[in-house]
Ligand binder design. Structure first.
Ligand SMILES: NC(=O)c1ccc[n+]([C@@H]2O[C@H](COP(=O)([O-])OP(=O)(O)OC[C@H]3O[C@@H](n4cnc5c(N)ncnc54)[C@H](OP(=O)(O)O)[C@@H]3O)[C@@H](O)[C@H]2O)c1
Length: 246
């Protein structure tokens, strides 16, 4: 019960890694807030989380929506103890086919939106607070078709360092988790023709010869968000079955 009486906000908490993390925070006593765009999966996720949960529809790329989101959180909770910035989209697009629209959409969701959402949430955070950003092993690897996504995730890794340095004096820790290939709906959303072939390829390159499960990433997120990581800030925790680490 590391999060008893704590308020944990998961931006992008209605699917995959975010949902697994929200469930785990609730299991350890947190009062949980989840966000996402899809009202149906938000409702399903809220029903699947055992405990005190508030599900709010909010598009992270819409900066105007951030104020309303934080106001809604404030009506129920007086503070945020943990902010897990998980929302993200992936896309494999060959470099020469990337359009400015692709580029802007991915950055709006994976980097610009998260940046300003944190800015809006910060007044509710204080001493002992923890921010965890979701990056990706993509930020430290080279993969054909991954240039925009990887750059957006490199931004998140950089933000953990810089925000960590800026907020350390206020007692707020900022860390980053970088999942390797993890079996979540992002894979089916990635518009790749042969999903099963892609998954098989991912399994083959991971030294552990399997994909990660969202719950395995969630455990790393909870560690970074908890007092177990009280002397840790600015780091990137790779959770990748050895893919980058070896
Ligand atoms: N799975 C992997 O292999 C892997 C590897 C490395 C990093 N990651 C990162 O892990 C994070 C979670 O991904 P996942 O694998 O769990 O995929 P997922 O199941 O597709 O979950 C993505 C989450 O982000 C939310 N989201 C997307 N766009 C949003 C927007 N504009 N506004 C608000 N919420 C938005 C989704 O909500 P809606 O469905 O409502 O839009 C959903 O909750 C992402 O940042 C991803 O880049 C995943």
């Amino acid at each position: 019960m590391r999060f008893k009486e704590k308020v944990a906000v998961v931006l992008g908490g209605n699917s995959g890694i975010g949902l697994a993390s929200a469930k785990a925070f609730a299991e350890e006593g947190a009062r949980v807030v989840i966000t996402g765009r899809n009202p149906a999966t938000l409702q399903q996720a809220a029903a699947a989380i055992d405990g005190d949960v508030l599900a709010l529809q909010s598009d992270i790329s819409d900066l105007d929506a951030h104020t309303a989101l934080i106001d809604e959180i404030r009506t129920k909770h007086d503070r945020i103890d943990v902010l897990f910035v998980n929302a993200g989209v992936g896309a494999f697009i060959p470099f020469e086919e990337v359009t400015p629209e692709n580029y802007d959409e991915i950055f709006a969701i994976n980097m610009r939106g998260p940046y300003f959402a944190i800015q809006k949430a910060l007044p509710l955070m204080g001493e002992g607070g923890a921010i965890v950003l979701c990056s990706s092993i993509g930020h430290c690897a080279g993969l054909p078709g991954n240039s925009v996504y990887a750059a957006s995730k490199a931004g998140m890794r950089s933000l953990a360092r810089n925000l960590g340095a800026e907020l350390v004096g206020r007692g707020i820790r900022v860390n980053c988790v970088s999942p390797g290939p993890t079996d979540t709906p992002i894979i089916t959303r990635s518009k790749v023709d042969d999903i099963e072939a892609m998954k098989a390829q991912m399994r083959s390159v991971v030294p552990m010869k399997r994909m990660g499960e969202p719950e395995e990433i969630a455990r790393a997120v909870l560690f970074l968000a908890s007092s177990d990581a009280s002397f840790i800030t600015g780091i990137d925790l790779l959770v990748d079955g050895g893919l980058i680490s070896f």
